[in-house]
Ligand binder design. Sequence first.
Ligand SMILES: Cc1cc2nc3c(=O)[nH]c(=O)nc-3n(C[C@H](O)[C@H](O)[C@H](O)COP(=O)(O)O)c2cc1C
Length: 201
Amino acid sequence: MSTEPNLINSNKKPLALFEEWFEEAKKTEINDPNAMNLATISSNGKPSSRIVLLKSFDKNGFIFYSNSNSKKGKAIKENKSVALNFHWKSLQRQIRIEGNVSLISSKQADDYYNTRPLGSRIGAWASLQSEELDDRSTLKKRVNDFEIKFKSKNIPRPSHWNGYIVKPELIEFWQEMPFRLHDRVEYKKVSENWVVRKLFP
Ligand SMILES: Cc1cc2nc3c(=O)[nH]c(=O)nc-3n(C[C@H](O)[C@H](O)[C@H](O)COP(=O)(O)O)c2cc1C
């Protein structure tokens, strides 16, 4: 089996392997190689998932941004356990990440918010993410109102718009192989060390 091409290089540390695969996905995916599924669990134990964008990552974790008053924001307040999933169709690869999520610092969130286009910064104020919207005109009006409010002024980051970091405890790399004999490598954090093992497909 070890002579098969495309087998996952499990000699690498998981972050280095993630980086290698992510760089390849950036070259091959048509859209949003940084799109990842984020699964959360609500206070009553119900799972929910949606796509968010990975904005940065390092040894401390994987960072995305969102509205803390949204459905996911409320779930995260109640339960820090989350899961991420990348599926890169062009590479026939999947990466699953499980861990705990926490807020990044206000300074780091401010720094990123300030790099966003004007329309996106206004949008963060205008959108009451996940709340009922009676009509799209209400959203347009809110955009317009905040444009007027912040006209020729610095737009501060709304306190409800935050960065989140997922600290991984488990990372699984999955590579499609012929006849569904896929290659799977799981890295699990055990007392600050990564324990690696292969899994049956
Ligand atoms: C490609 C893509 C990227 C997205 N990126 C984000 C993101 O980075 N942050 C975010 O809050 N929502 C993002 N969304 C929207 C979410 O999927 C979701 O609709 C929204 O966050 C509300 O989710 P919630 O009601 O579960 O909180 C993205 C959607 C898609 C399809």
